[in-house]
Design a protein around this ligand. Structure first.
Ligand code: ATP
Length: 305
C-alpha cells in the first residue's frame, strides 16, 4: 500500500477494568471510503472519539498524513473533520447561517454552502432556525458541515442512523461524489452492512477491542461460491433427502421459500444426485456468494451488531 492517509498503531483505551480498545492497528488509504464495522460495544465510537480528539487513548498512536495526532495535533489534524453523535449548532441561526459561519472559518469556496445544502436535501429548510430542525435534519446538516471546505479526512460515526431512505440515498451519493471529484477520504462506522458493501471499498472489522479482519471488500469476500439456493416441487421432502445424504452442507429451509445448503462448487453434483434419488429434480439451483453480513457474523462469533 502507498503511504496511508490514516494509520492507527497499537491503540488502547481502558476504562478501569474495561478494555474498550486492546491494541488496534489499521490503515486507511488516501481516497478510499473505509467502513469501520463491529458488534455493539466493540470499540467503534471509542476509536472515533479518539480520532476526533474528544478522549485520550491509554496508549498507542494515530498518524494522519504521517504526523502523530497526539504529539502534533494542530498540524496533524488539519483537514480532519469528525461527526460524532448528535452534531451541535447555533439553534437561533438558520441552517444556511450555521454553515456560512463554519464556511468562513474553513475558508471554503463561495457556493460550497448552497451546493452542500442541496446535496443533503435541505435547500427548502435552509432559512429555518436549526432549533426547529428534526434529528434527521440535524444529521443531514452535520454531514454537510463536515464537507464544507476541502477536508482531507472525514470521520463519520453512524452517518446513516436516523436518516430516512431518501436521505440515505443522498448521503451515499454525496460521499461517493466527494471522494471522486475532490479526493476526500472517508472513515465511517455503520451497522448497515448492505450500505457498507455498496459504499465502502475497504473495511475493518473490530471485535472486543481488536481488529479481526481488514482489507478491500472484494478481497475479503472473494468470488467463491459459499452455498446454493435450491428450489424444488416439495421443500419438506427435499429437506429430508438432503439432510440424509449431505448433512455436512447443513440443509435448511429459506424463509422466502426453497432451501439453502452450504458448500462450494464440489457440492453441486451430490446435491443434484440426492434430489434425483428421491425422484424430485431441482427446479432451480442458484449459487450464493459470500456477503459482508455472513463474513461479519463469521468473524465476530455470530454476535450481530
Ligand atoms: P455500538 O455499536 O453499541 O455503538 P461501539 O463499537 O461504538 O458500540 P464503544 O462505545 O466504543 O462501542 O464501547 C466499547 C466498550 O467500551 C464497551 O464495552 C463500552 O461499555 C465501553 N465504554 C465506552 N465508553 C465508556 C465509558 N465512558 N466508561 C466506561 N466504559 C465505556
Amino acid at each position: 500500500m502507498s503511504e496511508p492517509l490514516l494509520e492507527i498503531r497499537g491503540l488502547r483505551k481502558h476504562y478501569g477494568a474495561v478494555r474498550a480498545l486492546d491494541g488496534i492497528d489499521l490503515q486507511v488509504r488516501a481516497g478510499s471510503v473505509y467502513g469501520f464495522i463491529g458488534p455493539n460495544g466493540a470499540g467503534k465510537t471509542t476509536t472515533i472519539r479518539i480520532l476526533a480528539g474528544l478522549i485520550r487513548p491509554t496508549s498507542g498512536s494515530v498518524f494522519l498524513g504521517g504526523r502523530d495526532l497526539r504529539a502534533d495535533r494542530v498540524r496533524a489534524a488539519q483537514g480532519l473533520r469528525a461527526l460524532v453523535e448528535v452534531p451541535s449548532f447555533y439553534p437561533g441561526l438558520s441552517g444556511r447561517e450555521n454553515l456560512t459561519v463554519f464556511a468562513k472559518l474553513a475558508r471554503a469556496e463561495a457556493g460550497d454552502v448552497d451546493r452542500l445544502l442541496e446535496a443533503v436535501g435541505l435547500t427548502h429548510a435552509a432559512q429555518r432556525a436549526v432549533g426547529g430542525y428534526s434529528l434527521g435534519m440535524r444529521q443531514r446538516l452535520g454531514i454537510a458541515q463536515a464537507l464544507v471546505g476541502k477536508p482531507r479526512l472525514v470521520v463519520l460515526d453512524e452517518p446513516m442512523s436516523g436518516l430516512d431512505p431518501s436521505a440515505i440515498h443522498l448521503v451515499r451519493e454525496l460521499i461517493l461524489a466527494e471522494r471522486q471529484t475532490r479526493g476526500v477520504t472517508f472513515f465511517l462506522s455503520s451497522h448497515l452492512l448492505h450500505d457498507v458493501e455498496t459504499l465502502c471499498d475497504e473495511v475493518g472489522i473490530i471485535h472486543r477491542g481488536a481488529i479481526v479482519a481488514e482489507g478491500r471488500i472484494e478481497e475479503l469476500l472473494g468470488d467463491a461460491i459459499s452455498g446454493y439456493h435450491v428450489r424444488t416441487a416439495d421443500d419438506a421432502k427435499a429437506l429430508e433427502a438432503l439432510t440424509a445424504s449431505i448433512p455436512a452442507a447443513r440443509p435448511r429451509l429459506h424463509p422466502d421459500g426453497g432451501l439453502v445448503v452450504e458448500g462450494d462448487e464440489a457440492l453441486a453434483p451430490a446435491l443434484h444426485r440426492a434430489l434425483l434419488e428421491v425422484g424430485m429434480p431441482a427446479i432451480a439451483v442458484t449459487p450464493m456468494r459470500e456477503t459482508l453480513e455472513r463474513y461479519f457474523i463469521e468473524k465476530t462469533d455470530g454476535v450481530m451488531g
